[in-house]
Design a protein around this ligand. Structure first.
Ligand code: SF4
Length: 522
């Protein structure tokens, strides 16, 4: 048992739902108790899809458990086929149904439908949503493509690829696909199939006809790409086109996979036409961004790539990062090792909160949950990864990938920070009524939030004091501490206390504060 108030991922059957909901003519029969239909709302309310997910639930109740739940499941399969006439079906159990062990695969086979019926084994007590989506895509593609003969590419035709990984309820997946398709078109590469988002059963059967695959979201597409590589010799990309530097490397890699020359001049012209983030981040107004302390948390792919953008494109100082994607723990730990950091791999948001409190960053890039943590601590935050709420399914075009994606990253990350001039004003005139210490960025409606934010910061600081009451700050040192700009004050306070502890000092005077400053300055 684990006490959990917030989960980063849903159970694996939600992942399966994301795959089928993205597709056109596949239906999912889910053995699940009454009430599990809540999952429909994720799609109709958060993603605002116009129709219900293609999912039939058995919705058994307590009184059904004394009767034949297996028969209930078979009827649901028959009815779903008659009503929706899908071209393929997947069947499986949700967490509760897993306990009654009805074997959805065997039961569906007994119904003997004239379409492929693919059983899913999704262990709800060990695995999570992304794993469920990855398994579902893999089993669908495997079942539909295993015996397909590959079409030979005709001489003179454009090279072709599939795009694997985007699903319904994916973080900016729809716009990423648009952006990357545009980029591929520019390179002279044709997109054969995008899957699962927007694909039909016939589209999935055509996957082996492409020359290679592009995995946009490894959490969901890599398993399938690995199988396609083994079965049909289709190679796939390792670079993710996130940020300008990675997009350039992605272009080189993809041209290699497509066996075509990179037309550098054309690509450069396309980049300067489509991207402003390179210029924006090097313009003088961005000077104040240098060495801003940033913390990142989310799914592994978005975090690992955002670390690079933060560090190499926007000149932030990455003070820590982590992921809830346990399947990618090795990769994320390796990246952290290379940077001399320790990656946090956890799905417990309390651990993430403690890490953020310890590190006191000036900006958080995370999921919806880290946005809440940032709000509580008065630290600016931007969402870079699922799980996200309805505002991260925006109306406007907002990819994260490719050149336009890099523009979006620049705007959304920087927006959460205090603007340079304001930062200076606060430093110079900290008693001013508007630009006072503890003010929120005024471009985010700061004055309205001053009271709450200041109160929260005091709470956090007093919380720290509470924990470290044995270290006493004298009046002079406290006043001097307040002169330090708020966005680095937490760090200064922690460092001074750490220093005092190290030298065995129980009270902090002005002198200790300056000694600590000199000590860490060296
Ligand atoms: S079966 Fe699983 S997803 Fe459905 S209500 Fe129970 S715990 Fe939640």
């Amino acid at each position: 048992m684990k006490l959990s108030m917030w989960t980063y991922e849903g159970p694996p059957h939600i992942g399966a739902m994301r795959v089928v909901t993205g597709m056109k003519d596949v239906h999912y029969v889910l053995h699940a108790p009454q009430g599990d239909t809540y999952a429909d709302l994720l799609f109709t309310m958060i993603e605002r899809l116009k129709s219900r997910p293609p999912v039939s639930y058995t919705t058994f109740q307590a009184r059904d458990l004394g009767r034949d739940t297996a028969e209930l499941f078979k009827n649901a399969v028959r009815e779903a086929y008659e009503r929706f006439q899908p071209k393929a079906m997947i069947v499986g159990a949700s967490c509760t149904a897993e306990l009654i062990q009805d074997d959805p695969g065997g039961l569906a086979e007994a119904v003997d439908l004239p379409i492929p019926v693919i059983p899913l084994e999704l262990p709800a007590y060990q695995k999570k949503e992304n794993w469920g989506a990855s398994e579902t895509l893999y089993h669908l593609v495997r079942a539909l493509c295993l015996n397909v003969e590959t079409g030979k590419r005709k001489i003179g035709c454009k090279p072709t690829c599939n795009i694997l990984g985007p699903t319904a309820l994916g973080f900016r997946n729809k716009d990423d696909v648009k952006e990357i398709s545009k980029l591929l078109d520019q390179l002279g590469i044709e997109v054969n199939v995008v899957a699962p988002l927007g694909a039909s059963v016939d589209n999935l059967r055509a996957i082996p006809n492409a020359d290679f695959n592009i995995v946009l979201y490894p959490e969901i597409g890599r398993l399938t790409a690995e199988w396609l590589k083994k079965r049909f010799g289709q190679d796939y990309n390792r670079k993710i086109p996130y940020g300008v530097l990675s997009t350039r490397e992605f272009i080189e890699e993809v041209c290699g996979l497509a066996n075509i020359q990179v037309k550098r001049k054309e690509v450069q012209a396309f980049e300067s036409k489509s991207n402003d983030s390179v210029w924006y981040s090097s313009s003088v107004d961005s000077n104040y961004l240098t060495n801003k302390r940033v913390y990142l948390f989310g799914d592994a792919t978005h975090v690992m790539n955002a670390v690079r953008v933060a560090k190499d494109e926007f000149a932030f100082e990455v003070v820590g990062f982590g992921t809830y994607s346990r399947e990618f723990a090795r990769e994320i730990r390796q990246l952290a090792d290379e940077m001399g950091l320790k990656a946090l791999v956890t799905d417990d948001y309390l651990e993430v909160e403690a890490e953020i409190e310890r590190l006191q960053p000036e900006l958080i890039l995370g999921s919806q949950m880290e946005r809440h943590i940032g709000k509580r601590m008065g630290i600016g935050a931007s969402v870079i990864s699922a799980p996200m709420h309805v505002q991260d399914f925006p109306c406007r075009y907002s990819p994260q990938y490719g050149y336009e994606g890099a523009n979006v990253l620049f705007d959304t990350w920087i927006h959460s920070l205090m603007m340079g001039l304001e930062e200076h004003l606060i430093h110079l005139f900290r008693d001013d009524s508007e630009f006072k210490d503890d003010a929120m960025p005024s471009h985010l409606g700061g004055s309205l939030k001053n009271e709450g934010s200041a109160a929260k910061k005091e709470l956090i600081l007093s919380g720290l004091q509470e924990k470290e009451r044995e270290i006493f700050w004298d009046e002079e040192a406290t006043l001097e501490l307040k002169k330090i700009p708020f966005f680095v004050r937490g760090k200064a306070k922690r460092n001074t206390e750490k220093y005092a502890e190290e030298i065995g000092c129980k009270s902090i005077s002005l002198e200790t504060l300056y000694d600590a400053k000199a000590y860490y300055g060296n």
